[in-house]
Design a protein around this ligand. Sequence first.
Ligand code: CU
Length: 424
Amino acid sequence: MEHRKRAMSAGGMIAALAAVIGAILGAAGSAAAHGERAQEPSLRMLTVQFYDTKWSTDKVPVNGEITVSGRFHVMKNWPLEIYEPGLAYLNVAVPGPVFVRVASSIGEVNGFASVKLELGQEYEYKLVLKGRLPGRYHVHPMLDVQDVGPIVGPGKWVTVEAAPAQARFVDPVTTLTGHTVDLASYGLGWVIKYHLVWLALGLAWLVYWIRKPMLMPRYEAVQSGEADQLITRGDRLAALVVLGASLMVAFGGLAIADSMFPLTIPLQSDWTRAKPLPESSAEISVEPLAATYLVPGRSMQFKLLVTNNSHEAVKLGEFTTANLRFINSAVEAADSAYPAELIAPGGLVIKAGGDEIAPGQTKEVYFEATSPIWETDRLASLVRDPTNRVGGLLMFYDSAGKRSVVEFSHEIIPTFTGPLANAY
Ligand SMILES: [Cu+2]
């Protein structure tokens, strides 16, 4: 009886374990991001801000093209604890070689070049990608910045469909001598043959030594002072043959490749400067006065002093940071093609100073950006960082729709009690 009882409790334990494993697997199944939220909030909010990002489509067939384009702003107030940006290379963040890049550009420079980024400037970029492997991928523009690392723009889900008629991926290019070759399979035969030759040579060398007595007998021979007898005349001869064969394969391979392809040019690269966009923000200046993060309310609250030196009255339409957008629906309509999960449903709510800022006027504006997105996008974790700083871009619009993009950054104080609004 005792025995039986124990067996039952073991069964119960197995059931509980199965439930726990099931729960873990279920949770893992819903995780679809690939690390874009893992970087420190300060890196994401204070370095490069992507905006106006557009994906030409969210569904392409294999061999079909998609264009990702937009702008990015390099923060003038670049954090001193992060290396100043050196060269940057425009890239795309996707899981593996699921697309090929057909063309890219950054500020009118061909995207094969790495460009020097200037602080406080904005650049236009474009990436043309061609679907290679069928699947559903999160496609982000990305800047690989020297000394800093990758800075990832917003991601959108794009499906590469296997169209039955044209499912085989092809990548034809015309060479400088006028031949058309398919890069998807070009030279693959030679790659395989050359590897097989080396594999055969390597295996022969291994087998030659493995068939002889190995570790312990050789160790004993060394211990008893007979190490010299371990390598025979035959071994030396075999080594010479393998060495000769290796040199023949290496230099022979080179000679064959040279005679088959007499005209080659090295892979091209370039380091250059890209042309920034003309400044849009010179006429509007923003001086941040205070910023708080109300932790229980998941609300960032900002008090700014805005000076309008333009000839038109302007209104604050949007606050964007780390690819998230807080839109003031009274001024700007939400962009329906932008990934919905990156637009905060609560938007940007102006609590004071919300009406327009007249030409020549300096005005205090207080607004709140409230959304669980601060937690789910892991930006609120800045409260655990040694540097509590927040930054982003503010977009002001005049009545004709002309936009001014102004950056700001400020230290932020997390609070568990009252909002900054209490001051009003
Ligand atoms: Cu992603």
